[in-house]
Design a protein around this ligand. Sequence first.
Ligand code: FES
Ligand code: MG
Length: 601
Amino acid sequence: MPCRDGRNIVKKLRSRAWFDNPDNIDMTALYLERHMNHGITREELQSGKPIIGIAQSGSDLNPCNRHHIILAQRIREGIREAGGIAFEFPVHPIHENSKRPTAGLDRNLAYLGLVEILYGYPLDGVVLTIGCDKTTPAMLMAAATVNIPAIAFSVGPMLNGWFKGKRTGSGTILWKAREMLAAGEIKNEEFIELVASSAPSVGYCNTMGTATTMNSLAEAIGMQLPGSAAIPAPHKDRAAMAWRTGKRIVDMAHEDLKPSDILTRENFLNAIVVNSAIGGSSNAPIHINALARHMGVELSIDDWQTHGHHIPLLVNLQPAGEYLGEDYHRAGGVPAVVNELMKKGLIHEDAPTVNGRTLGQNCRETPILDHDVIRPFDLPLQSEAGFLILRGNLFDNAVMKTSVISQEFRGRYLSNPDDPDAFEGRAVVFDGPEDYHTRIDDPALGIDEYTLLFMRGAGPIGFPGAAEVVNMRPPDYLIKRGIHALPCIGDGRQSGTSGSPSILNASPEAAAGGNLAILQTGDRVRIDLKAGTVDMLVSDDEIGRRRAGLEAAGGYPYPDHQTPWQEIQRGMVSQLGDGAVLKPAVKYQRIAQTRGLPRDN
Ligand code: FES
Ligand code: MG
């Protein structure tokens, strides 16, 4: 039977195939009896009400998202209020700080697991409880692949951290504290106290790291209710938003409003523009490109420069600026940023969102409430704050986050009046983070303020999972002389909470045959930001000789697989510039529509 919600009549809900299928009474009985065993009734399960999944990402293994365990109660109440039935279930945990060898390994694993759940169980819609870095893309990607009605709900950022009267931002303070430790300004005890001060409550990182970035983009791309991304986790409005999200997904199930109805190319371009304006993480292109792959929307790494580079930095959050999550929320959050960009015609205002209204309709009334935290468009923190996409004889593409290029950095590298956008230096090459940690302070490497630090073996195959290790601090002896950052280039990632102006995500990585594998310490490398190039100044003949040597040696070596998943993923993962997706998974699109229902069990 089609179901009716008073406004729309939509096709039969897919959960009916489990709970109310007269053609297969045996299986219907079996599905019903086991779901009834905790007290839910046949009356409810056969009521024609949508069954709404709550994809629970919070657990003791993911403290950033743990508050979702509490918030899920309000989501459930919203679902009930609107006439739905909630089925909460766990998703594979991904915790940025504590998963070894890197949380990057697990995004695609959580994705795969959630695809199976959304497709194989009686769900008519789902609330995705997003938060910590990769939990957001993993769940959005799965919802895109299965394409049942889905809405995202952020856990919210932690309260602001404070130490001796100053804001301390999660992640960002770590890089600062490391420098202070290296310079001998603090001891181990104070180091830990300083770092811990940055995380004073439940919630995700309060800086503009990958978590705030991806939660903001989940809203800007239309998958969260307006205003949902930035409300601090402990705030009452967070629980109220949980209830509203629960209510809304029930209507979405009736309306059959699916990710494919929302995630258009215009929405992706909006996400790129907003990412520049907020000073978003260099992990965003990886995750947003992956989402586009799974949604079947065309989006390339070059779109990030074309549509994002000229956008100014408006949001004054650490690491590029000074404030934190509470301030971002109070200043108006994502809707205020979008509204400001809209006034300059930089947003596709007709882009659809989960509440059935357009992004323009959702954001038009939200003013900026604190002009120091969210700057007016004409008084930005920095003009042209988006990513540059660089390429050359070392890699096909890599990303540079320009919003964090400091004056110190500009003065040292970009001050030649004849060549103001280019610099050249001697390469020092590290094979993985262990090699870097062992040797960085060794004076024999001859690292000075013009050295370029290279990190390889840190990509999706080499590490495996692509580690956040490209941002390398200079040797102690340079920090003591006031040199806080050297140009860093590599085939791994960088934490969004780091303020290092690195060249990241180089694709192809050394382990996939990229020329980073043949770079040698002592080679000269030239970086031209205007031309968008990074080249080793090594002759083609010499490159040919080195490549022949590499091939004879069987390619760039990487550590043995330690788990089955490491081996499986290494065999099928794409490069960072392409979203690091599982290549065989991309052809499975909108499977709830294109592949029918799964067979009865
Ligand atoms: Fe989880 Fe930053 S470590 S949000
Ligand atoms: Mg990170």
